[in-house]
Structure formats: structure tokens, C-alpha cells
Ligand binder design. Structure first.
Ligand code: ATR
Length: 282
């Protein structure tokens, strides 16, 4: 009998996760299936109770349930607990154990693309302070980044994110205007908001006029294929990282957790990008 994985979210039917996990299953020579368990908020409790009756090996959790799932879990690992959100549940001996692979997936995609990056010497600026920023902040802090500044439209959310600081990481909260002015201080800029996402592709959270030529500018938005921010970064001679790798590697880390195997996923990123280029649905 093969594995059974799935996704709990709403809406979830257009998720790329089934495709991604089918690639992993095929690549690892494993039997199994990945199903979408789309669940509206008023049905969450019943859906989760029903899921407990099914022989599921693990599932992902997406918007809007990454925090709401926590009371239904038997255990939450320390990283997910500090981030306050779970995107992966592993069912082990009937127990539901929560993990978060989003931020770690980002860091893995960064190091796959730019393996010479020494995060212990990298000055980081994160744009945005929402759920996506939380996972990335914590993963970069745990990797030893000495400075992780946060620029957000709403300062109070930036302050809340700063509380995730650990180790010797230093953090300041800036306005978006201050970030634009001081951009030359940073080696890595991580755009985590939805600004610039299809269908609002002309949106750009800040100008990059002060970016350092060799800095890495990354945008976790994966549609359009290249955001306005990344186009400007390239034009200014910066290195770029799009959101495709993060999407694949957060999934790879979940798959690795469920199957206790290692997935080399670079070729899946390439295949995914080929698919996106050919996708004309939006
Ligand atoms: P997610 O979980 O995807 O990160 P979220 O928690 O709603 O989503 O966070 C969205 C982030 O995008 C926030 O940092 C938000 O800024 P605020 O905290 O000020 O709301 C940011 N954001 C969204 N739209 C924005 C816009 N038009 N300009 C600037 N920031 C924006």
C-alpha cells in the first residue's frame, strides 16, 4: 500500500501541491497519492475529525488554517511553535505532529541557488511582516544572520515580528521609505508581501535605486514568473531569487519529514518553471 498525503486549506483546489508531491513520489520510486481536502471555515472541525479516521500519513496546511490547526495537534515542534504556524502535519503512531517548512524551504532555495552565501555574514532586510515573513525571519535568525531588519507598512506588525529574534541576531523595524533610503546596507533583501502578484503585476513595494550591485534580491511571489521588483533588481546588477524554489523546497522538506528520505529537488524546480511558462490560465 502506498502513502496518502493531502492538503487542508480554503480555497485549495488550484494548489500546485498535488503536482509537486506526485513528482517527488515518482522521483523517489514510491507509491502514493496526494489529495486536496478543501475545507470551508465552518466545516474545519468536522473535516479534521473525519481525517483522523483516514489512514493519512501526513498533510500540508495552507491559508487560512496555519494557526487554527494548532489546537488539533498532539505535538508541535519547537520551530513551528516559535513561528506560531504549522504548514506540515506528520501522522506518527496515530499522533498528529506539527512542523513548519516554509521559512526553511526559503533558506534551502537560497543556498541551492547561491551556495557561496554565508548567512552568518549576511545583512538581511525583510519587506513585510505577515505569516510568510515570520517563517523566513526565524529560519534566517536560526541560520545565524547577524542583522535582520524588518520594513513593513504597519510598524506594530514589524515590532511583533522582531520578537522572533534569537541568538545574536540584531533587528530594527523601519518604514518602507527608510528601507528604500538605506537599501545599500543589505546583502539580502527578501520581499514577502503579495505586492506585485498577478493580477497586480505593476505593484512594487519599494524602489531599488539604492541597492548594492552584488546584493541578492528575492521575491517569494511566484506569479508572475518575474515580478517588477526582480526585473528592477536585474537591471541594477543585483542577483535575484524568485519564489519558485521556496515553493518546491517547502514541499520537499514536508515530503522528507513524511517519508524519512532526502529529496534532491533542483530538477523539480526546473520542471515547475517550464510548466509555469507554458501556463496561460492567468
Ligand atoms: P501572508 O501570510 O501571505 O504573509 P499577511 O499575513 O496578510 O499574509 O501579510 C501580508 C503582508 O503584506 C503584511 O506585511 C502587509 O503589510 P501590513 O502589515 O501593513 O498589512 C503587506 N502588504 C499587503 N499589501 C500591501 C501593500 N499594498 N503595501 C504594503 N504592504 C502590503
Amino acid at each position: 500500500m502506498g502513502y496518502l498525503f493531502g492538503l487542508v486549506g480554503y480555497p485549495a483546489r488550484d494548489s500546485k501541491s498535488p503536482w509537486i508531491h506526485e513528482q517527488f513520489l515518482k522521483k523517489q520510486g514510491e507509491q502514493g497519492a496526494y489529495r486536496i481536502f478543501e475545507t470551508s471555515p465552518d466545516a474545519l472541525e468536522d473535516k479534521l475529525q473525519a481525517l483522523k479516521m483516514v489512514e493519512v500519513d501526513g498533510f500540508n496546511v495552507t491559508v487560512p488554517y496555519k494557526e487554527e490547526i494548532i489546537p488539533y495537534l498532539d505535538e508541535v515542534d519547537s520551530y513551528a511553535s516559535s513561528v506560531g504556524a504549522v504548514n506540515t502535519v506528520h501522522v506518527q503512531d496515530g499522533k498528529w505532529i506539527g512542523y513548519n517548512t516554509d521559512g526553511k524551504g526559503y533558506v534551502r532555495s537560497l543556498l541551492e541557488e547561491y551556495p557561496d552565501t554565508n548567512l552568518k555574514k549576511t545583512q538581511v532586510l525583510i519587506l513585510g511582516a505577515g505569516g510568510a515573513a515570520r517563517g523566513i525571519y526565524r529560519a534566517l535568525a536560526e541560520a545565524g544572520a547577524p542583522v535582520i531588519d524588518i520594513a513593513n507598512r504597519t510598524a506594530s506588525r514589524g515590532e511583533a515580528l522582531r520578537k522572533l529574534r534569537c541568538g545574536s541576531t540584531e533587528s530594527s523595524v523601519l518604514s518602507l521609505e527608510e528601507a528604500e533610503e538605506d537599501l545599500s546596507h543589505y546583502d539580502l533583501i527578501v520581499q514577502t508581501t503579495s505586492v506585485g502578484m498577478t493580477p497586480n503585476e505593476s505593484g512594487q513595494i519599494i524602489s531599488l535605486r539604492n541597492v548594492k550591485p552584488n546584493a541578492i534580491v528575492s521575491d517569494i511571489v511566484y506569479k508572475p514568473f518575474e515580478t517588477s521588483l526582480l526585473k528592477e533588481a536585474k537591471n541594477r546588477g543585483a542577483r535575484v531569487l524568485n519564489g519558485h524554489g521556496m515553493l518546491i523546497y517547502q514541499a520537499a522538506l514536508a515530503f522528507e519529514q513524511w517519508t524519512e528520505t532526502f529529496v534532491e529537488a533542483n530538477d523539480i524546480v526546473t520542471k515547475f518553471e517550464q510548466q509555469l511558462k507554458g501556463d496561460t490560465t492567468c
